[in-house]
Design a protein around this ligand. Structure first.
Ligand code: FAD
Length: 178
């Protein structure tokens, strides 16, 4: 879609799941959610108006067409995310969007379109100190998603800055990174 112009903006909005004993297989859990979404979406992702989700009804193309946000990606199935996402996740998403609306007014409007699922699997997280140095190997710093210490553009950048500052500090140089 990168060459397609759109008036819309988008971002991933995720709920972190940590399963505890005796069942800890988050990968299987995530995959099961993907399968359920694929089934209910007929092989495509699901799109739903936030207003429809809150009213407990599915979205249809007719309802979406009457709404003022025109979907950029139309190769999806209008439906009901609550048929596919566990209640815990759905409640967190809705509550999170309402909270986000306090700093980004309008984000939690009825016509906001939700596409699902977005499921992210994290790499194994390396054990690092506060300055991103690995516990096992001194002077080895790991940053970003590959090391499992971040999960987005900003946090990946921040972990890089933290490590860079520490390296500069150890070199005995003045840190000019703000
Ligand atoms: C489709 C998609 C949408 C996303 N949307 C968002 C979003 O809206 N907001 C958000 O915050 N995050 C988003 N992310 C996540 C975000 O892109 C990553 O969290 C972020 O880019 C991680 O930064 P990084 O520097 O750790 O790794 P990367 O950006 O992956 O950088 C790693 C670099 O290392 C290079 N590399 C790999 N192996 C080698 C090698 N052996 N030798 C040399 N170089 C190598 C790669 O080519 C790459 O350039 C999205 C990710 C994807 C895939």
């Amino acid at each position: 879609m990168k060459n397609k112009f759109s008036n819309n903006t988008n971002f991933a909005f995720l709920v972190r799941i940590r399963l505890t004993k005796p069942v800890e297989n988050t990968t299987l859990y995530g995959e099961s959610i993907c399968r359920l979404c694929t089934t209910i979406g007929g092989g495509k992702a699901i799109v739903q108006r936030l207003g429809d989700l809150k009213k407990g009804r599915r979205s249809t193309w007719e309802r979406i067409e009457k709404s003022y946000v025109e979907p950029t990606n139309k190769d999806v199935t209008p439906g009901d995310l609550s048929m596919a996402l566990p209640a815990r996740i759905l409640e967190d998403l809705v509550e999170g969007l309402d909270m986000l609306a306090k700093v980004i007014p309008g984000v939690s409007e009825e016509s906001t379109l939700l596409y699902g699922p977005e499921v992210k699997f994290k790499a194994v997280r390396l054990e690092v100190t506060k300055c991103m140095e690995t516990d096992q190997v001194k002077n080895l710093f790991t940053v970003g998603d590959g090391a499992g210490v971040s999960g987005g553009i900003v946090t990946a950048g921040v972990t890089g800055l933290i490590a860079a500052r520490e390296i500069v500090h150890r070199e005995g140089k003045k840190c000019e990174l703000s």
